[in-house]
Design a protein around this ligand. Structure first.
Ligand SMILES: Cc1cc2nc3c(=O)[nH]c(=O)nc-3n(C[C@H](O)[C@H](O)[C@H](O)COP(=O)(O)OP(=O)(O)OC[C@H]3O[C@@H](n4cnc5c(N)ncnc54)[C@H](O)[C@@H]3O)c2cc1C
Length: 358
């Protein structure tokens, strides 16, 4: 049987492992961290990801535990620009679910365990050397093992990618963005994505998004350095679970395959969290790799996945620039477009479908 190592048990690596196992190839999967993460980055799970993860029964768990997004409300300051009822615009199978990434990962790894495969935590890969027929991996304890294929799902700072000298071209933005996860006193804005276009800290405008991720827990993410301070409404905050800042990189691996190494997820591409696409793209990569390995069509993987990532990266960058632009023409354009969407059922439906589509 083909022997495969998956490096990284984030959403990408776990999807690859679930899909391979389901189709009869039992992989090794390792992660450098000691246990599943308690920190969450991604929150939005798109219908396509749920469809993929439902092949192994995880999708239903995500729907049960997550918050179904039923409404989207965009404002500029106090003025409402767009307020739409997604529950009426999207079919049941098109729903977007919000759930903290760490919970998503736990549900995925539990399902993997029930299928007989456990993630080996505290197992760091320090290098990979590849030929045309195999790849040899060195672990932090000095041991080595040779595999038919190694999947680098080890994130933005991928050791696998660097070991085989694949360049990760792109750029990093100057400004700092921030996130905050807060517990609120009672269920507030349940099921609603609230977004604000704000007057900027810099020469640009800023954007802030508030998403419910549990009954009494809310995620704030913004292009300001302090999401909680920038929030233009008062929340009855009971506990601040997490705050942090981050910088946005927009990068893509020059090659997705080299010898017997395949890259996927953030190891292959990274971009801004606007639109909540990154994790979903990685989940789709994971499914594509598993199918390619099972059907012996690995040579088609890069041709299918790289253009898709390029398209998503362009789209998210365009959206990021639009919502943070200070250009009066663009601001006026946003008013006009949101007014048109608000007043047309057809455009509302189109907007909702784009929101839910990868
Ligand atoms: C603030 C923020 C908000 C976001 N929101 C969204 C969202 O709403 N929706 C969305 O789709 N995306 C979102 N994203 C993007 C999303 O989080 C990532 O795209 C996603 O986590 C990528 O998954 P991955 O499995 O490829 O990589 P990761 O999640 O980074 O997982 C990589 C794993 O590899 C392990 N690893 C690393 N190096 C080694 C090594 N040498 N040996 C062994 N293991 C190793 C790490 O410990 C880690 O567990 C957001 C990102 C940020 C920063």
């Amino acid at each position: 049987m083909t022997n495969v190592l998956i490096v990284g048990a984030g959403p990408t690596g776990l999807t690859t492992a679930l899909e391979l196992t389901r189709q009869g190839i039992v992989p090794d999967i390792v992660d450098a961290k000691e246990s599943p993460s308690w920190k969450s980055r991604a929150v939005a799970i798109l219908p396509r990801s749920i469809e993929i993860l439902n092949r192994t029964g995880v999708g239903d768990h995500l729907i049960r535990e997550g918050v179904r997004i039923t409404r989207a409300h965009i404002r500029r300051g106090k003025r409402s620009l767009l307020d739409i009822d997604l529950s009426k615009l999207l079919d049941k199978e098109e729903q977007v679910i919000a759930l903290a990434q760490n919970r998503t990962e736990i549900l995925m790894s539990k399902q993997l365990e029930s299928m007989g495969v456990s993630v080996r935590y505290d197992t760091k890969v320090t290098s990979v050397a590849t030929s045309e027929t195999s790849a040899t991996v060195t672990f932090a304890d000095g041991t080595t093992k040779t595999y038919d294929w190694v999947v680098g799902a080890d994130g933005v700072f991928s050791t696998v990618r660097d070991s085989v000298h694949i360049s990760y071209n792109g750029y990093e933005l100057d400004e700092e963005w921030s996130i905050a996860d807060v517990e609120v006193a009672e269920e507030q804005h349940h099921g609603t994505i609230n977004a604000w276009l704000l007057e900027g800290e810099h020469k640009t405008r800023d954007a802030l998004v508030m998403i419910p991720i549990e009954r009494n827990r809310i995620r704030l993410i913004s292009s300001t350095s302090d999401s909680l301070a920038a929030l233009p409404l008062t929340l009855d905050v009971q506990d601040i679970r997490r705050t942090g800042t981050f910088k946005i990189s927009v990068r893509q691996a020059e090659q997705y395959i080299k010898g017997r190494v395949i890259l996927a997820g953030d190891a292959a591409h990274t971009h801004s969290p606007v639109g909540g696409r990154g994790m979903n793209l990685g989940i789709e990569d994971g499914q594509a790799i598993a199918d390619a390995l099972v059907h012996n069509t690995v040579h088609t993987y890069e041709g299918k996945r790289k253009p898709k990532a390029t398209r998503v990266m362009r789209g998210t960058e365009k959206a990021r620039k639009l919502i943070t632009s200070n250009n009066l023409g663009i601001v006026f354009g946003i008013y006009v477009v949101t007014w048109c969407i608000q007043h047309s059922y057809f455009l509302q439906k189109k907007f909702a479908k784009n929101l839910a589509k990868l």
